[in-house]
Design a protein around this ligand. Sequence first.
Ligand SMILES: C[S@@+](CC[C@H](N)C(=O)[O-])C[C@H]1O[C@@H](n2cnc3c(N)ncnc32)[C@H](O)[C@@H]1O
Length: 346
Amino acid sequence: MTFRNKFTAIDIYCGSGAVTEGLKAEGIAVLAAVDNDPIACETYRLNHSEVHLCQADIRALNPTDIRANINFSGQLDLLVVCAPCQPFSSQNRKRTPDDPRADLVLESLKFVEEFEPTIVFFENVPGIANSEPLVSLRQKLATLGYFLGEPKNLNAADCGVPQRRERCIMLAARRLDQIEAFYNSITPLPHVTVRQTIGELRQLCSGERDPGDPLHFARKHQSLTLRRLNHIPKDGGSRSSLPAELELECHKGRKNDFPDVYGRMRWDDVAPTLTTGCTDVTKGRFAHPRDNRAISLREAALLQSFPPHYRFFGNSGQIARQIGNAVPVNMIRTLAPALKLCVQTI
Ligand SMILES: C[S@@+](CC[C@H](N)C(=O)[O-])C[C@H]1O[C@@H](n2cnc3c(N)ncnc32)[C@H](O)[C@@H]1O
């Protein structure tokens, strides 16, 4: 295989392949990818069979073997590193300072050493900005001849994703002007709304399926949940509208705790941040703006900007987890021209 004249990338912590999907859509050739989750890897293979996927614990991997397997001797343009964000996430209530996953971001260094990519793109949550591993990452990248740009917070909603999703991005490169060129060429896009994204999908009742789309089905809610949903005003309503007898025991007198639980999305706004519980109304503002039900897996996938043809492996819970963990496809698509530009900066 020859990749001359093609912009090339390696995607580590690739999950179900949303980053790869975004890169490919922008004409970037993904040579290899790494993840250790067997379900996400199965989804990755369904959609990106041409990419050399290493299903392994990255800590046990030798990037030299990957280079040999893909038979690549050219200059790698881009290494993408979307390491697990749970150790740095404010959403993670079980977060501990000694979570061993925090150091996974440092595993990228052996790939930098082996492939010497022109640039390295990091995506994580804003909490990584003040973390110990970031200090080590910066120091160790410097010993390899790379500058690490300052962490920059970016909302996926400003990248053509119909969802509020605050992320932290960073770029490493051998020259500071490349990093500047990247940051300077990111310009916010107009927001895409929930209505524009899922408004045309078939209306569903709790437990109903769209016969034309295996991912568009509504979870079957218990009658108490349905009574609650019936009281939540359409188009953005919240559990604060529930009558006292329908309030959850744990919410009584605590209107400000978990205010999004049982909430509905708003048609003419972006969606809230989708999590791995994105089809469960008890986990956040995941009720449909109009129908008395949680959003379907199809709606969740579209709100993460997966294209409609994207295929997912696994049961409902496993698919929701892959969707919630994904880096939105359109976020990568929007950033891809800036990544290309700074590689061409001479
Ligand atoms: C934030 S998700 C990546 C999302 C992905 N880039 C996408 O586009 O959807 C982090 C990924 O790291 C993977 N991961 C966690 N620990 C790992 C390890 N020790 N080795 C390899 N992959 C790991 C998880 O399985 C998960 O898919």
